[in-house]
Write a protein that binds this ligand. Structure first.
Ligand code: NI
Length: 641
């Protein structure tokens, strides 16, 4: 049965803020004596209980106060504030000025910045010098400016406008970058600070419009996914149950989708696996020293907001089959509620084979099809789209499948040159090399609140008397006891994995129960360690980090990465070298997709994927998928041979 997600009167402590709660918070802050008139609302989210508070709420029915953290920006003074609002008591508990920080850019600011830049006389003069007089055809992408030690960066909250020329309004303007022209704009005052007009490069002319002109192929027959008896999941508010899986979800401005309390029912007992998981940060550093290119290195979560940039999904296009959608409510800069319809997609998918065996002698066949539950959202960050799909399987596996698509970032080059730091798309247009780093925050709860991470390498046994035939190899495990030693890299030659174990819960053969993290594609940053971006996103330099849970350690590149010089994030926290052995731990997995563009990535990139798996490893006593029923044989429409 599917229960409508209409919000219940009393929200669960892990529920995201509802529209009425956002309205209540805005009203309370507007009435507050220390909140200046005209202050801007950046973002807000519910303050979540920790594991102990959540257990007390669920097991002892101890109430958990409904509170929210709101980030406010006073554009007159440039000051950033954090307010704690108590919704139960209808009061602002605290309002603190956070010195020296700048919150990320907002949707409304991006739109306004583009209009102000386009109307700027100095920018228009630079366009005229390039023979561009129809300013309506100019589009400007507002980039987070990064940090490069320029005194201007301390004085202003900036955006850096990168201009393009449309052939016609609404077409693919990335085909026509206006190279070496950049505009720094103060997005608090909405005033242009500086126009950087370097040596003009002729604007490429070859069209890359992908919406018109191409004749669609005609041999694609309909493919329908139907579930005539309905779906096999249930939704109650923000709680999801599917076969033996249970979880809650929420959504916020920065991370987008968050999953909470992920557990699996094993012999009638719900066993916790993950307390909270999300995509906590993303950094996309470009590897081209060109004047228009070298500052491109956005933190897509911390400097923009994956939630803020989330798409409204469309049935049959983004998601196929029997879909349940969740809407998301966010605050606007002016304190209104913005509802993203169909922000989160929930559905079941056939996932090919689950298990099979043919008994050749008895001519018996046992086969089961696999099915997975997919919870997903898609964010558009400028030229790129990112789809994040959390998949849950009947054998206890969990997979994060990230899909990258959209349009390449581009640059113009002088005809006859060969760009060294990018790939040519035509005789004057190229796409700079870049990387996408994703940091997934896994607050684990494998069979209980305290866990330990163990690294497993597979090693060849030495050719001694214990290995007389030279064929032997074994798994070697190393406990990662402290933060400094729990900073690890992948090692595909050792088939390296990391197990999140619970030393307090032993399995059938007396070992700690575990879920193991199996890396997928990965790489390391190519930026030099002293580069500004490496200082700011130091988390990129290790694939695995483990920290003890601390409520203030949520974002691996720091809480306020916008124009930040760095110095607050995983490398700094872990300098304390705290114990992570049998503690309430957070596992941070970092994966880097290195993108040397191809001609086939143009004009719209077919999806590239990156991800990882979490698989039970001695968590269950045997395969938990043995009770999956056999499917009924189907007829098909292909004539018999
Ligand atoms: Ni890319």
């Amino acid at each position: 049965m599917l229960v409508d997600a209409t919000r219940t009167a009393v929200p669960h402590p892990l529920d995201p803020l509802s529209a009425s709660e956002i309205n209540q918070i805005v009203a309370l802050l507007r009435q507050h004596a220390d909140v200046a008139t005209g202050v801007c609302f950046h973002s807000m989210q519910a303050i979540e209980p920790d594991k102990v508070e959540l257990a007390a709420y669920e097991e002892e029915k101890r109430p958990f106060p409904r509170r929210a953290l709101a980030i406010l920006l006073d554009k007159q003074t440039g000051r950033t504030y954090e307010a704690i609002v108590n919704l139960d008591h209808n009061q602002v508990e605290s309002l603190s000025h956070i010195p020296g920080v700048k919150p990320g850019v907002l949707l409304e600011e991006m739109e306004e910045a583009e209009a102000v830049i386009k109307a700027n006389p100095e920018f228009q003069a630079a366009l005229r010098r390039r023979g561009i007089t129809d300013f309506e055809r100019v589009s400007v992408d507002p980039w987070a400016p990064g940090y490069y030690g320029d005194p201007l960066e301390d004085k202003h909250r900036l955006s850096r406008g990168v201009p393009y020329l449309n052939e016609q309004i609404g077409d693919n303007f990335y085909a026509r970058p206006i190279e070496n022209l950049l505009v720094l704009i103060d997005i608090n005052k909405m005033e242009v600070v500086r126009v950087d007009d370097f040596a003009p490069v002729p604007v490429p002319q070859e069209s890359a419009d992908f919406l018109t002109g191409l004749k669609p192929r005609t041999d694609v027959k309909p493919l329908e996914i139907t579930q005539p008896e309905g779906v096999s999941f249930t939704v109650d508010g923000w709680q999801i149950r599917w076969q033996k899986w249970q979880m809650r979800i929420s959504f916020n401005h920065r991370e987008g989708l968050v999953l909470h309390q992920v557990g699996y029912e094993d012999n009638g007992r719900l066993r916790p696996i993950l307390h909270r998981i999300s995509l906590a940060e993303m950094t996309v550093p470009y590897g081209d020293p060109g004047l228009s290119q070298y500052r491109k290195n956005a933190f897509d979560a911390g400097e923009y907001g994956l939630g803020m940039l989330t798409n409204s999904l469309e049935l049959g296009c983004d998601c196929l089959g029997e879909i349940y959608y969740f809407d998301a409510d966010l605050v606007t800069i002016n304190g209104q509620v913005r509802t993203i319809k169909n922000a989160i997609c929930l559905h079941e998918e056939d996932a090919s084979l689950l298990w099979k065996h043919v008994d050749v002698r008895a001519k018996g066949v046992a086969v089961r099809r696999s099915r997975r539950l997919v919870v997903s959202f898609i964010a558009t960050v400028g030229n790129y789209e990112y789809g994040f799909y959390w998949c849950f399987y009947q054998d206890g596996n969990i997979q994060l499948d990230v899909r990258l698509t959209g349009i390449l970032q581009t640059g113009a080059y002088v005809e006859g040159d060969v760009p060294r730091f990018g790939a040519r798309l035509n005789g004057r247009l190229y796409a700079p090399n870049h990387q996408h780093f994703f940091c997934v925050r896994l607050h684990t709860a494998v069979d209980g609140p305290r866990n330990t991470v163990v690294e497993t390498d597979t090693l060849a046994a030495p050719a001694d008397e214990s290995n007389p035939h030279g064929n032997a190899f074994y798994a070697q495990t190393t406990l990662l006891r402290r933060e400094q030693t729990a900073q690890r890299l992948i090692d595909p030659f050792a088939a390296r994995t990391w197990s999140i174990t619970n030393p307090n819960s032993l399995n059938k053969v007396g070992q700690p129960v575990a879920y193991k993290l199996i890396p997928g594609e990965n790489s390391l940053p190519f930026a030099q360690p002293h580069a500004y971006i490496s200082q700011r996103a130091g988390y990129m330099f290790k694939h695995l980090w483990v920290t003890p849970y601390h409520p203030n350690e949520k974002y691996p590149g720091g809480a306020y990465p916008y124009q930040s010089p760095g110095g607050n994030g995983l490398p700094q926290w872990t300098a304390q070298d705290r114990s992570v052995d049998n503690e309430d731990i957070v596992v941070w997995y970092v994966m880097g997709h290195t993108h040397v563009p191809r001609l086939e990535d143009w004009p719209v990139m077919p999806v590239a994927t990156i991800g990882f798996w979490l698989k039970p490893s001695g968590f269950f006593a045997q395969s938990p998928a043995m009770d999956v029923p056999a499917s009924l044989p189907h007829h098909c429409h292909i004539p018999e041979q």
